[in-house]
Design a protein around this ligand. Sequence first.
Ligand code: HEC
Length: 137
Amino acid sequence: MSNSYTGVAAAAALALGLVACTEARMPDRADGAAFFAANCTSCHGPEGRGNGPLASGLATAPADLTKLAAANGGTFPEAQALAYIYGDPVQGHLARVMPEFGGAMAEDLVPVEIDGVLTPTPRELAALLAYLESIQE
Ligand code: HEC
């Protein structure tokens, strides 16, 4: 009895998992928060304020990511922020303290309006955009 129940439950869970994976869902703030927690908080801190555990040992202080819009006249600098996170290929030769994250992103592009232009954007970057915009003060 319990064996067959377990089997049914496992099959149902598998089916749900497949649906979740194949569903063409746009990345949202929660996806971005998860990527941020896994890749960014060591330097930028749990709330993006630039006070992560590694911050004090860096040559340049990590930016306070809640102030990006305020520093840009009240508008979140979408293209600029995403280019910096992904790693600008043109400026890649310049010294920068923060690592580039383009290599950690799958080539799964979703359409995102960035600075008013619909732009094919890596899924992880689109999620980060939603998250970062949500923490602006
Ligand atoms: C190893 C530490 C470190 C990690 C990890 C890190 N950053 Fe940074 N970040 C920095 C530093 C330091 C700066 C300041 C510029 C520089 O020196 O590179 C910065 C700058 C930035 C900027 C530019 C801010 C501006 O003023 O334009 C953004 C946006 C940003 N980080 C987002 C992120 C995101 C999102 C992640 C995770 C995907 C991340 N950072 C991971 C250290 C880090």
